[in-house]
Write a protein that binds this ligand. Structure first.
Ligand SMILES: Cc1ncc(COP(=O)(O)O)c(C=O)c1O
Length: 370
């Protein structure tokens, strides 16, 4: 079975991890700092705070920006549940909004309608790496003093009007889990330009301690520390950072290959009756996943057919307002409820061969009788 996602890892990652083993310092230390600096240079942003997952990046960013009990946070329902859990764990209320069915990004008109005096933050998702309309989004939010915490889990390497995602808004949260554009094994980061907010997030990721153990061991009285704020144990480890360092060196070729595959899919599926290609501008995208819309009620039938041909596929995502635990936040979202039944995720990863791509194209076309 051809998998839908797979990391591309090997000797270079092992070599970087070996170096960490040699130092004996497995937790947060020099590799994490090196990794943060690499991300900083790549994105062109003032601050990068590396954490242990994309989920914790979202949680800590919301928390540091003061999201708390009773606050409303607007976010699309059609996304992964990570951000929603972060909102709820702070006692805040997720306000689900629609996506644009053509791009699967946040519907800004619907978002604006759902803003109230209790709206504290907006959490848009750059779906599959396609950037939201950040100029308009930031304009609407900032006019009402609402902070924008971008869920950029899918979007490392993508640009908006030529600027890297992660260098534009108030704060962006990335995921480096095993299937993302590049991986740390597990990992995440918050990127932001505001130095004092970055400092708050750095303290929060280390249990509110002024100096983490890596900083302390370089100083006299290395045993001394102070807890100055509420916090979490969310830091990235040297082992995960080492994997990320090796992966970042390969990022450009990863992105090029992903784009190439997405372009081949687009060309092959253009004009096939029964499917819709999303209106993504691939030029600006580091595509994390490739998604098609299947007309009518044939999505599940198509997934079964693909499986019978040896091609795995997926659905990203089941809308959160339909999840049992989030049902008390359910609201009317007709566009989301229609589109989620149409979407199917096809295989897209760096190590796919030409034959793999052909296999997917042939299987999809065969299903639609062409
Ligand atoms: C949109 C979105 N946000 C957040 C996350 C959470 O990232 P992580 O898996 O690193 O916790 C994911 C993970 O897939 C995601 O797809």
């Amino acid at each position: 079975m051809l998998q839908a996602h797979r990391p591309s890892i090997g000797a270079e990652e092992l070599e970087e991890v070996r170096k960490v083993f040699e130092t004996g310092w497995l937790g947060m230390g020099s590799q994490v700092i090196e990794f943060e600096n690499m991300v900083k240079d790549y994105l062109g942003v003032r601050n990068v705070v590396a954490v242990n997952t994309g989920s914790t990046a979202l949680h800590i960013a919301l928390d540091a920006h003061g999201v708390g009990p009773g606050d409303e946070v607007i976010t699309p329902s059609l996304t992964f549940c990570a951000g929603i859990q972060g909102i709820i764990s702070l006692g805040a209320i997720p306000v689900f909004c629609e996506v644009d069915p053509d791009t699967l990004n946040i519907d800004l008109d619907d978002m604006a309608k759902r803003m109230t005096p209790r709206t504290k933050a907006i959490m848009p998702v750059h779906y599959c790496g396609y950037a939201c309309d950040m100029d308009r989004l930031l304009g609407i939010a900032h006019e009402k003093d609402v902070v924008v915490i971008e869920d950029a889990a899918h979007a490392f390497g993508s640009t908006y009007k030529g600027k890297k995602i992660g260098s534009i808004g108030d704060a962006a949260c990335f995921s480096f889990d095993p299937i993302k554009n590049f991986t740390c094994g597990e990992g995440g980061a918050v990127t932001l330009s505001d130095d004092s907010m970055a400092d708050r997030i750095r303290k929060k990721r280390a249990l509110g301690i002024t100096r983490d153990s890596w900083q302390r061991q370089k100083k006299a009285q290395s045993w001394y520390y102070e807890v100055v704020t509420q916090g979490y144990r969310y830091h990235m480890s040297n082992i995960n950072a080492a994997i990320g360092i090796a992966q970042l060196r390969k990022l450009e070729k990863f992105i090029e290959k992903r784009k190439e595959i997405a372009e081949r899919y687009n060309a092959a599926f253009k004009g096939v009756k029964g499917i819709k290609i999303l209106k993504w501008e691939l030029r600006e995208m580091a595509p994390f996943m490739y998604i098609l819309r299947v007309n009518g009620d044939r999505r599940d039938e198509m997934m079964d057919f693909l499986a019978s041909k040896g091609v795995a596929s997926g659905v990203h995502y089941i809308p959160n307002h339909l999840q049992p635990f989030f049902s008390k936040y359910a609201t009317e979202l007709p566009a989301t409820e229609k589109v989620w039944k149409e979407i199917v995720t096809l295989p897209l990863f760096y190590d796919m061969t030409d034959d793999d791509v052909e296999l997917v194209i042939r299987a999809v076309k065969e299903f639609f009788g062409c």
